[in-house]
Design a protein around this ligand. Structure first.
Ligand code: T4K
Length: 413
């Protein structure tokens, strides 16, 4: 365990960890059960196209969420594209910029213009108070994102959508197994979309789902997921290939059996981070409402550079030197990425909270790959870095010591 700032790797100490600690390391359930399922599906020779594992997974997910329809897809992005298309989104759609780029791209990919709305600085979710001023005659919908799994203000958004006759879709990529006022996420808006990507706490390797209580919408989504085929040789609508394959569904069924364990580990990690980071000036952990169901899959730090005496980026560099690959989710905000950055060139984005938080949030490793001892060390590194940087004299040295972060090298490790 590092004792003094001089032990920090950024100043020449040994890195705290020999192996890199990633954000988003996949959780894997019972391997034997997974392999048995994979053997079964190979024997069955039914590998994709609405196979038995996909149908079983859809039923289990719908039952767990308490929603009428669950349509499994190849990933969360295609689920967003299909749901948006089935809802008839076109023209302009209001979205937060504080999200993964897929939320905006899923619209833009279909010729829909995402109109970026600022977020509430407390919840990090789209701010309902700022939506109506963005509505134009071309606006057809709102896409809310339950960032970090903390629900959007679903009541306020429903009122706006109803008043303005807009469709309401939720990107619930972070919010699988979370609830709002006891009702599971998946039951709000016209439809909600999950991602079951490898980095999500519940994963199907790649995967996603559209969930809805609207029967007509569900039928449209099912058709669109499979090229618009209603039957052999019978195409009744435009469609794409959004299908989930059987290996992914086998992974999903296996992950589902370990869901409670994954959540318990995430919760334990969250509580430890919370306890260890308590009282460190300038860093605040994003907290969760423990009265609700929550997956606790994101450990998000908000770094106040004035109080902490160092910026989020500097803290990230210090952690990376220790092989803790903390991530700047979501930086720099969708509106500062292409093609949106060029489309808005010269225009004032009008997203002050998004801009500020994009420079202050840092995602830390959690999940089944991270243990208590590692969390203790990560928090100690943060504690030492901040204690050190708060001395004005040392701060100047600090500024000189730290080089810009290289591109993530985990892909080559
Ligand atoms: N909406 C929201 C709000 C989302 O967050 C996402 C996805 C979507 C929509 C779209 O859903 P999908 O179409 O992806 O189903 C990652 C994920 O690729 C992405 O799924 C996720 N959000 C996003 C938040 O994170 P990157 O570019 O940061 O991924 P990458 O490759 O840097 O991986 C992250 C870390 O995970 C790395 O440090 C290494 C580790 N990792 C990753 C993979 C794939 C592993 O240890 N093993 C693995 O197999 O986007």
């Amino acid at each position: 365990m590092k004792q003094t700032p001089d032990d920090l790797a950024i100043f020449g100490g040994d890195p705290a960890f020999r192996e890199k600690l990633h954000v988003g390391r996949p959780n894997i359930g019972d391997r034997q059960r997974l392999l048995t399922r994979i053997n079964d599906l190979l024997d069955r020779k039914w590998l994709t196209n609405n196979g038995p594992y996909v149908r079983e997974l859809e039923q289990r997910l719908a039952a767990m969420i308490g929603v009428r329809h669950c349509i499994a897809t190849g990933n969360g992005t295609v689920a967003l594209e299909i749901a948006g298309r089935a809802l008839g989104l076109k023209g302009e759609v209001i979205v937060p910029a504080m999200t993964f780029i897929a939320t905006a791209h899923a619209l833009q990919w279909q010729g829909i213009t995402p109109v970026f709305c600022d977020i509430d600085p407390t919840s990090h979710n789209i701010d309902p108070a700022r939506i109506e001023r963005l509505i134009t005659p071309r606006t057809t919908g709102i896409v809310g994102v339950h960032v970090w799994g903390r629900p959007c203000d679903v009541e306020a958004l429903a009122k706006i959508a109803q008043r303005q006759n807009l469709k309401l879709l939720y990107d619930a990529a972070h919010a699988f197994a979370c609830s709002y006022k006891g009702r599971m996420i998946g039951n709000f808006g016209d439809a909600e979309v999950f991602s079951f990507h490898a980095t999500k706490f519940f994963n199907t390797l790649e995967g996603g789902a559209v969930v809805t209580n609207n029967d007509e919408l569900a039928s449209k989504v099912r058709l669109m997921r499979n090229f618009g085929f209603a039957d052999y040789d019978d195409v009744v609508s435009v469609g794409t290939n959004g299908k989930m394959n059987e290996v992914s569904a086998a992974m999903g069924l296996t992950s589902l059996e370990s869901l409670d364990r994954f959540i318990a580990i995430n919760y334990r990690n969250y509580k430890q981070y919370r306890q260890e980071l308590e009282g460190i000036p300038g860093v605040q952990l994003v907290t969760y409402d423990e009265a609700e169901r929550c997956n606790y899959q994101h450990i998000i730090l908000e770094v106040n550079p004035t109080t902490a005496g160092l910026s989020r980026d500097r803290l990230k560099d210090i952690l990376w030197a220790e092989n803790v690959l903390a991530r700047r989710y979501f930086y720099p905000g969708c509106h500062r990425m292409e093609p949106y950055r060029s489309d808005m060139a010269g225009a004032e984005p009008g997203l002050p909270e998004t801009e500020r938080l994009a420079t202050q949030l840092l995602s830390l490793p959690t999940g089944t790959a991270i243990g208590s001892n590692q969390i203790r060390q990560i928090c100690q590194i943060i504690r030492l870095a901040i204690a050190y940087s708060q001395s004005a004299e040392r701060q100047r040295m600090f500024a000189g010591c730290i080089q810009p972060t290289p591109l993530p090298d985990q892909k080559s490790s």
